[in-house]
Design a protein around this ligand. Sequence first.
Ligand code: CO8
Length: 316
Amino acid sequence: MTDSVVLYEEKNQIAYITINRPKALNAINHDVIAGLEQAFKQASDDDSVKGIVIQGSGEKAFVAGADLKFFVENVKAKTVDKIVDFTRQGHELLRDLETSKKPTIAVVDGLSLGGGSELALACQYIIATDKGSFGFPESGLGIYPGYGGLLRTNKFVGPELTKYYGLTGENISAADASEMGIVDALVPADEVEKTIEKLVAQGVPADKYQAHPLADKYQEMVTAFKAENIEHTLAGQAVEGVSPEFAAKVAKKVGYKSPNSVKVIQELVDAQTPASIDEGIQIELGQLSSMFGNPEAEEGLNAVIEGRRPDFSAFK
Ligand code: CO8
């Protein structure tokens, strides 16, 4: 191991790129983005490399999101433009991973949150172990998943479940993500390498967002979050096909979140539903300055850094 925040290794004609900030749960900062860009270019330019793997170091996390300290510093200093530049650069990297001519594979062998889940979603394949998970805590931080998390989740499972996970912040287990078609292979840790080699041999997928029928257990969420029902659900009212317990639980959970995030996330999902990935990225970049300039982002981000629960009651 070296001190570098991104490590690069080639094995059996596959590039293994490892985010190496285990003490910060591999949170993404400028150095990580720069290191990933450089490693991706090295792998792309090397004719002997047939596939590219992105993984995290340490036992616990794939990637726990974008570096919150960077956000807080810039929100406090009113230099939101630096956050916009950082996000734009991250989007370019993620889109390069998604459109790579060599298969790109995220190995989610630990938790992923926010930008970490978004990084995985941008890869062409995801391999997860049962330690893996996904989640979007941003509505509780006064922001929104700004690295294409809503956009790509929407392409996989549609707007209703995207709103459900984006608004509640509820974690998605590796098993559920596999059932929904987001995870391509759910395997024990000792089968990860073999699975990587199999996917690299398959090559770039024809359509990573290929339709995948949703299991029955998601029907209540879908009904509750349909355009005509969501207002009732968020008010705790059960519409037909939704149990009163489910509506009450959702309303309580979303009630703790940032009202501005709750509004903007719904608007973004609606605007992104008919959009291409590239159009969707521009839609979400367009909202970033006003989002981070909003006092709710300051409250949400400060709270997580200070280790307390955010209080958005003043903004209702
Ligand atoms: N950024 C910076 N540092 C982090 C992050 C992060 N996202 N996550 C964890 N860390 C650090 C902690 O500060 C801690 O450092 P230290 O030891 O110096 O205090 C270390 O990692 C270990 O973390 P914990 O002690 O908190 O470990 P726990 O096991 O108790 O908790 C959790 C693990 C639940 C993952 C917890 O660390 C947590 O909630 N982290 C924040 C996760 C989060 O909110 N991520 C989303 C960030 S927002 C985002 O990713 C948006 C991306 C889009 C960018 C575009 C703009 C919209």
